[in-house]
Design a protein around this ligand. Structure first.
Ligand code: TYD
Length: 213
């Protein structure tokens, strides 16, 4: 049996990291197939190195198309080295971010255009799409205040420190992507409590893939 590829998406401060940390063990307990938790950019050594270059706040001179290409390069390597083998061996993969992040952040946030970013990503993924995407929706004011609360200034990466209007463009792009891909994307209100958001995520996964529980 082929595995199941699930991605989790959302603007900065939506709480993806906390959700995945708790959702992982919950799924592990109930699933009848092995779970792989991974993230982008990163997930394997080459992509983690690319991640450091992209997110380093000292790289102020990075061109936006270079940034988009680096995300796509990290994605390609991660897909080939980790995601595809996991799908082929029948696992359930829960991946923190995927192509939708590039469409929202580079396409809309950086204003490269979603079509241009979609085309370099098609080159990178060769048609491998998630079976389900959980989109944690939060408005940019709430999201930004959450990331500032939780971290000191030196913990903020190059994208976290972008302007509020950048983060608004990201959020609006996510809403548009969710609206246009309703068969793949489940939107979850991430202003709710962590427990509630986790319960919604678990319910969405069970509803979509009852065969693995
Ligand atoms: P992430 O590790 O999810 O950030 P955090 O744990 O701080 O929420 O992602 C790092 C940053 O990279 C985040 O600001 C979003 C950005 N990003 C893009 O701009 N494009 C992409 O394709 C991906 C995968 C991430």
């Amino acid at each position: 049996m082929n595995g199941i590829f699930i991605t989790i998406e959302g603007p900065d401060g939506a709480g993806k990291t906390s959700v995945i940390k708790e959702l992982g063990p919950l799924l592990e307990r109930e699933l009848r197939i092995p779970l792989v938790l991974t993230r982008e950019p990163g997930g394997i050594p080459i992509a983690e190195k690319i991640r450091q270059i992209i997110l380093d706040p000292k790289n102020t001179e990075m061109d936006e198309r270079t940034e988009a290409l680096l995300y796509a390069a990290a994605r390609r390597q991660h897909l080939v080295q980790k995601i595809i083998p996991a799908i082929e061996s029948g696992k359930l993969i829960l991946c923190d971010r995927f192509v939708d992040s590039s469409l929202a952040y580079q396409g809309a946030g950086r204003k490269i255009g979603m079509d241009a970013v979609a085309s370099i990503n098609q080159f990178a993924i060769e048609g491998v799409e998630p079976n389900l995407t959980l989109y944690l929706d939060v408005d940019s004011d709430t999201g930004l205040s959450r990331i500032k609360q939780g971290r000191s200034a030196q913990d903020l990466d190059r994208l976290d420190t972008e302007s509020p209007v950048f983060h608004q463009r990201v959020r609006h792009a996510y809403l548009k992507i969710a609206e246009e891909n309703q068969e793949r994307i489940v939107m979850i209100d991430a202003r709710e409590s962590l427990e509630t958001v986790i319960a919604y995520c678990l319910a969405a996964i069970k509803e979509h893939f009852p065969q693995v529980f």
